[in-house]
Design a protein around this ligand. Structure first.
Ligand code: SF4
Length: 353
């Protein structure tokens, strides 16, 4: 059975099929991915009104692709106080945000309570806000730093008010590539196990993949399949988020950057391979808003949110530092031929525009 027949049959795709999909021409691939997406969501483009907060950039890890950490190429270390964090949330709360998305570097100087009390203080003051916080990489860092198990950290997250987990820190699961780009960080298996553990508590999370650096197509397919396996068991991933590697201010020597075609193919292939993860997010902060809007024709159904302020991708060259105004966001979606649908963090529909 060739790959077109396999796609038409609706059968689950294998590793070899994933590689064969990359060989298809862009528009054939797009038509299958878009058909799948439209069968689920029609012309809807999901987004949420959220605020990203990155409370510290001081990190004990040394990922080669990172421009956010203050370790090397970005020598402006900061750690926000809880008061500064609360004041930032308060400002955004007036803009009707529904979610705070909190991701930090791995700062050994702050203490465990500093991390945890960020969440309880936000919850206390803004009980209606959804707190999405702590990547599996941060959980692993806290567990090793404070000699606690992953489960103990997860139980504390629940106790201190974290509602869901972001998908960061997955990078690329292939062990050889991972050792090259982020040696010492949470291992691939630990990342997957931490998410499965989180799901076992009845909680949801997302999953990312950083691509467009030194990985190969085969590594992307392998990454998707490892996630698909976990999802078969837990059903706890809401969204898959392919993050396009940003090239500035880091130590990963990448000569060839991905073409837009390769990026769009990767979105489309994600939709087709990940038959059990409901949402594919084109995170505009890494892909650019223009490509993210085009990705809506290539299997993606979600654009993340207005963000308001973003420090991680923008440090590496993305144009996302100040987020996006909601009116512009809605206009762009509508003029691209889609129906903007504001969602909450768990993909319940809040408002159709
Ligand atoms: S990616 Fe995260 S863990 Fe790695 S160096 Fe940057 S801030 Fe630290």
């Amino acid at each position: 059975m060739d790959i077109i027949e396999k796609l038409e049959s609706g059968k689950r795709l294998s590793y070899e099929d994933g590689l064969a999909l990359y060989e298809l021409d862009l528009f054939t691939l797009a038509s299958f991915a878009n058909k799948k997406k439209e069968s689920l969501y029609g012309k809807k483009a999901f987004f949420n009104v959220n605020r990203h907060i990155n409370p510290t950039n001081i990190c004990k890890d040394i990922c080669k692709f990172c421009a956010f950490s203050s370790n090397r190429k970005n020598p402006n270390p900061y750690t926000m106080t809880h008061e500064e964090i609360l004041s930032a949330v308060e400002k955004s709360y007036k803009n009707d945000i529904k979610e705070v998305h909190i991701v930090s570097a791995h700062n050994p100087a702050t203490g465990l309570q500093w991390y945890l009390e960020i969440f309880s203080k936000i919850k206390e003051k803004f009980p209606s806000l959804h707190v999405k916080a702590l990547t599996a990489a941060e959980i692993h860092f806290l567990s090793t730093e404070y000699n606690l198990s992953h489960e103990q950290i997860i139980d504390k997250m629940v106790e201190y008010g974290v509602d869901s987990m972001p998908g960061g820190g997955a990078e690329i699961f292939d062990e050889e590539v991972r050792a090259y780009i982020c040696k010492g960080k949470v291992s691939s298996q630990e990342w997957l196990d931490i998410h499965a553990l989180w799901h076992s508590k009845g909680k949801m999370s997302n999953a990312t993949m950083l691509f467009g650096h030194v990985e190969k197509r085969k590594d992307r397919i392998d990454h998707m399949l490892r996630l698909r396996d976990v999802q078969d068991k837990t059903n706890g991933f809401n969204a898959f988020i392919p993050l396009v590697y940003q090239r500035d201010n880091n130590y990963l020597k990448v000569e060839d950057f991905l073409s837009s075609t390769e990026i769009l193919k990767t979105y489309a292939i994600s939709r087709l391979m990940l038959d059990n993860i409901p949402h594919i997010k084109a995170y505009w902060a890494t892909s650019t808003i223009n490509l993210a809007l085009i990705a809506l024709e290539f299997g993606a159904d979600d654009l993340d949110g207005t963000i308001e302020k973003e420090a991680i991708q923008s440090a590496a060259g993305a144009k996302s530092a100040t987020g996006m105004n909601i009116k512009d966001f809605l206009d762009l979606i509508t003029t691209s031929g889609f129906t903007p649908v504001e969602r909450d963090s768990l993909y319940n529909e809040l408002k159709r525009y």
